[in-house]
Design a protein around this ligand. Sequence first.
Ligand code: MF3
Ligand code: CO
Length: 269
Amino acid sequence: MSLYKTNEEVEIQRESCLLVNASITEIAKILKPGLTTLSLDTLAETFIRDNGGTPSCKGYHGFPYALCISVNDQVVHGFPGSHVLKEGDIITIDTVVSKNGFNGDSAYTFILGETTPEILQLVKVTKEALYIGIAQAVTGNRTGDIGYAIENYTYGQHGYGVIREMVGHGVGREMHEDPQVPNYGRRGSGKKLQENMVLAIEPMITMGSREIHFLDDGWTIVAADGSPAVHFEHNVCVKKGKPEILTDFSGIEQAEKLNSNLNSSYYSI
Ligand code: MF3
Ligand code: CO
């Protein structure tokens, strides 16, 4: 499996990246208290299939759903189910779509209604950390430059927990390809980045400690200290000088601002 893609392959993958974000946009439009997380999964799976894609998570090592939905202290890989969303919930939607042989993998965290200034800050900083990491995804840098930048901002400057057990990764024909892209690291360490590698960059950040544990379902990862967790993810094509983000949050962000059930006030702090 080549670590690099042709320009043609990148263009095909871009379609999957746009579809994965379009599916999260559909959720952003309708999120409100009272919905079950399972209903979001159904909606997204239908949307993905109607648009010529397949949900890569479903059946991946036995994962039963199209979406990972992780609420509050759940960090990643939460199961959609009978949980009824309520005011104040922090909801991460993480999903992977395959279309024409390539995967797009993206995650976005929403806040439902009223919350605390501390949680708004956590969401803002984690999203900023994503872009700070992405800025390092240029030819000649190494994966450790991305991890260092993310950890230095989130833990170094804000004291947040940086999850280590789960990492970013290459993404393409396979959901998870080399290289691994940890959200921590040393500058100048790790795999060298070269033009047209496509990386999933995805800080997973808690307000407290970075310790995690698994729930009994064998998938859901929660913050061991019960603190809130946030996760944003883009797919990025490594380029000289300036990385190219293949996924696109703009539709999600527009829906987030238009949906009065969602708290978008972190944009203005
Ligand atoms: N974006 C998630 C990841 O890279 C998607 C996992 S799908 C699952 O880990 F099936 F593993 F949950
Ligand atoms: Co991923």
